[in-house]
Design a protein around this ligand. Structure first.
Ligand SMILES: Cc1ncc(C[n+]2csc(CCOP(=O)(O)OP(=O)(O)O)c2C)c(N)n1
Length: 196
């Protein structure tokens, strides 16, 4: 395990000056990381639905082609929805980026090793599925160009960021699903459209 990056630093850098980008946060640690960077109405954190972060992101990207969409999720969550990479590759959504915070563990449930700890290469999988760029990020010096790609580059983009298997303090987003989806719709569509 050669991970040197700290997950909170990576997510904070990704979401700095985030503009109007739409963010889907995978369940557990990735959602806490996004909240620690600043709770935001245009962040939709999953409290469950393991394996569906990328598909929610793809749905948003297709429905909102003028907006950029970022999925921030864990390697366990990504592994559970691996087939979504093939669908994104087929759809070729230019406005979609996926960032996997790869601690090689199922952090929330006791730090059991995931398949990436045994060599499964998520970036290579994304590349084989047709993502236009798919890279493993290991160094702090690579984070700025990843951020630039996420905010400005043509997708679909995939970054597998090797992070330390640590557990920073909890930073919980609002819990109620109805509230989260309503505030997201209102921030995206405006008050009247959101209630239609
Ligand atoms: C379908 C389903 N299976 C199992 C769980 C239990 N669970 C919640 S979080 C989690 C681990 C998530 O691991 P990962 O995505 O790698 O996140 P991290 O290590 O960053 O916490 C698991 C297994 C769940 N919520 N849903």
């Amino acid at each position: 395990m050669s991970a040197a990056l700290q997950r909170r630093d990576v997510v904070k850098a990704l979401l700095k000056d985030r503009g109007d980008i739409l963010v889907v946060a995978g369940l557990g640690s990735s959602a806490w990381d996004c909240t620690a960077a600043g709770d935001h109405p245009l962040t939709f954190p999953l409290w469950g639905a393991m394996g569906s972060a990328c598909m929610i992101g793809l749905g948003l990207a297709l429905a909102q082609p003028k907006r950029r969409v970022l999925v921030v999720t864990g390697d366990g969550e990504m592994l559970m929805g691996l087939g979504s990479l093939a669908t994104i590759g087929v759809q070729r959504s230019g406005n979609l980026a996926v960032v996997v915070l790869d601690n090689e563990r199922y952090g929330e449930t006791g730090m059991q090793k995931t398949h990436t700890a045994y060599g499964v290469d998520l970036a290579a999988t994304a590349r084989a599925c047709g993502f236009v760029k798919a890279r493993v990020i290991r160094k702090g010096t690579e984070v700025a160009s990843m951020r630039s790609d996420v905010h400005h580059g043509r997708g679909p983009l995939f970054f597998q960021v090797k992070v330390r298997p640590d557990s920073p303090p909890l930073a919980l987003p609002p819990r109620a699903g109805a509230h989260l989806s309503h505030r997201f719709r209102e921030a995206l569509l405006g008050r009247s459209a959101a209630t239609e």
